[in-house]
Design a protein around this ligand. Structure first.
Ligand code: LIP
Length: 263
């Protein structure tokens, strides 16, 4: 039986190599390959190439594991472990030349649903910042040699990350949710890469983060980072557009935020 730490080390190694490829392709210029759910929801040639690299590395290192990736779909494994992969989280930032994008790789077990699986290990690599966030279940969340902790109080109000998805039909509802959250906020950040929002909550750079409509690969590694940094996280029932709500924060703020968002 492989330990979560071994899975974490593999995730870090592959995410670092994949991040370097993404960074190199970025300097060569980005080609939009297609639109996905809406015109604004894009995939670049680099997303596909980076995911192919990650998938091939995992196939060699962990041939019996399953795979669930943003760009190349899923495959069942026989080991009970599934790798959940976002090759470039923050694709729109990447395409616009903004540095906030990341490779997110996690190993989960039990289910392919973020509300039900058990995350074992994960890595979020932000190549532009030269940072790799990592976590293994029961072993804490780390950035280099610094053990990460969520914030425990926000006397001037909470710095809260969020996002509005790519579907214009959902913007009004999301803005209404945001207006209910504002009394708790010092200010709002829209970073544009969910894995980084989550890593930043784990690192105490944000007090909290919530967003409706994330996909399993957006949240897999980052949510484990938050949990291992002493935070709380929830993945809640989909709305009428099929979008689940993700909420993460330190324990006390989490309750107040959940109350405001979900009632
Ligand atoms: C994106 C996120 C972004 C979120 C989008 C999308 P992608 O991931 O991380 O912050 O608002 O809904 O999921 O598509 O760049 O991998």
């Amino acid at each position: 039986m492989t330990s979560p730490l071994e899975l974490q080390d593999l995730a870090v190694e592959i995410a670092t190599e994949a991040g370097e490829l993404a960074r190199r392709r970025r300097t060569e210029g980005v080609a939009i390959a297609a639109s996905k759910s809406t015109l604004a929801d894009i995939v670049t040639e680099a997303d596909r190439e980076v995911e192919a690299l990650i998938r091939s590395r995992l196939a060699v290192a962990r041939p019996d594991d399953g795979f669930l990736g943003e760009e190349s779909g899923d495959a069942e494994g026989t080991s009970g472990i599934t790798w959940v992969v976002d090759p470039i989280d923050g694709t729109v930032n990447y395409a616009f030349g903004m540095p906030s994008y990341a490779v997110s790789i996690a190993a989960v077990t039990g289910s392919r649903n973020p509300g039900e699986w058990r995350a074992l290990a994960g890595a979020v690599r932000a190549p532009s910042f030269g940072e790799t966030f990592r976590a293994a279940t029961g072993e804490g969340a780390w950035l280099d040699d610094r053990r990460l902790s969520v914030t425990t109080d926000a006397p001037a109000g909470a710095l809260i990350g969020t996002g509005l998805g790519y579907d214009p039909r959902t913007h009004a509802g999301d803005l209404e949710t945001l207006s209910r959250v504002m009394p708790l906020a010092r200010d709002i950040r829209r970073i544009g890469a969910a894995s980084l929002d989550l890593a930043f909550v784990a690192a105490g750079r944000l007090d909290a983060y919530f967003e409706r409509g994330l996909q399993p690969w957006d949240i897999a590694a980052g949510r484990l980072l938050v949990d291992e940094a002493g935070g709380r996280s929830g993945w809640f029932e989909p709305d009428e557009f099929g979008r689940s709500m993700a909420i993460v924060a330190g324990p006390e703020l989490y309750e107040r935020l959940r109350e405001r968002i979900l009632g």
